[in-house]
Design a protein around this ligand. Sequence first.
Ligand code: XIL
Length: 466
Amino acid sequence: MRLLAGTAAVAALLLVFATAAPAARTGPVELGTAIGVPTLVSDPDPRYRDTARLFDALTAENDMKMYYQRPTRAVFDFALGDAMVAFAAANFQQVHGHTLIWCNDSSTPGWVRNGSWTRTSLLAVMTEHITRVLNHYRGRVSTWDVVNEALADDGSMRDCIWNRVIGGDWVEQAFRIARSVDPNVRLLYNEVRADVPNAKYEALLAMAGDFKSRGVPLDGVGLQFHLSENHPAQAQMEEAIRRLGELGLDVHISELDVPIWYLGPPTIPERLALQPEIYRRVAAACQAQPACFRITTWGFTDRLTYRCCNAKPLPFDEEYRPKPAWAVLQEVLRPGGPTRPIAPPPPPPPAPQATAASTGVLTVAARLKRQRLRTLLRRRALVVKLLLGGTDTASVRVTARLRGRRLASAVVNIAAGRTQTAVVPLGFGERRRLRRARRGRIVIEAVATDAAGRSAKARAAPTAPR
Ligand code: XIL
């Protein structure tokens, strides 16, 4: 018995040593960015895609959230997530998954938010969700935010359906479920406004320390860094990263943006001139702390940013021109020279013309799943499946009509032989028309044109948004 107790004590000590080794990255700090997948896959302007290729890692700004991937309990919709993963793979980029569970009722699907659940039934929903999503992206997404924003600013548990119904151990449960599904993916906790030691940060650190000491499978933490009024000193940022690192956790700056609103002087050019200094501090803090493995900017062009109203918070301007902030990130994080191209390449030459292998009659088929009106409005896009035959590649114009009138369209280049996805973005005006039409029918028309100038047409099974 004494021998057994002794062995247990040694094992416990080893565990403490194993988890207490500070985390350390093995290569340079990676640069990541958040992506709007509908824009990535269907913006006719190539500059969005070209600039996205300059980053080492991609995060879907919205399209992997439960709200978007799980419109109903029965439906998992991975089309946009898959499109981003495919883009990343083609460009040798890592993918960060954001996010399995978000403690934010207004960003939680209505069927969860308005359902009547018990602890057991909501844990079952959580298990089902985490299991399906992790299994779907297994091996293709290297890190996941298992839980996003579970803490309130005062450090208490934030109010949301997961906390109300499951209770205070809901975060721990989510991590345990995730680990049981995928033993290899890195499991992260992500938090807002805990970027430097403050009440929420201390609560986060205490939770992380508690998890580590009890073997709850937490591998790292994301500090969002949506900066606002305060521009923390480098030493404060370093302290926040270091103390998490000392628990053996990897840390990344997960959603960096630096609005110019709070940068002192009155004019936009003066404020813009101060912005690179803030970027420099953040980059230098991450670079100085071995636990810090990546900085992800929340978007990359001031044309498309989560912060509204002239915030201009990102490293590329509205015309995708690199700003001084981008130069600073390179200077600090790539002192030995770039590991990827640092500026968007010139527009690519026109795609090589396919030899129209006339292996038969050119065919195109299109399919649009029956979707709820709510889902279309939330995704801000129609996702159409296309299948091409009788040629190598073709350009396909997909047009959605509502009650016979053109609603929206997109052009995609696709290869023959396998089902591919076209995303037709729905702008503000289109969404308003859809909302007004309520039960109007959407019909999809796809016209494929190949290199030899042949064309083929398809109509998708009409669908009425419910
Ligand atoms: C934001 C997106 O940027 C917006 O497009 C969306 O309307 C709301 O969500 N913290 C997070 C992110 O973890 O998921 C949020 O992203 C920004 C704050």
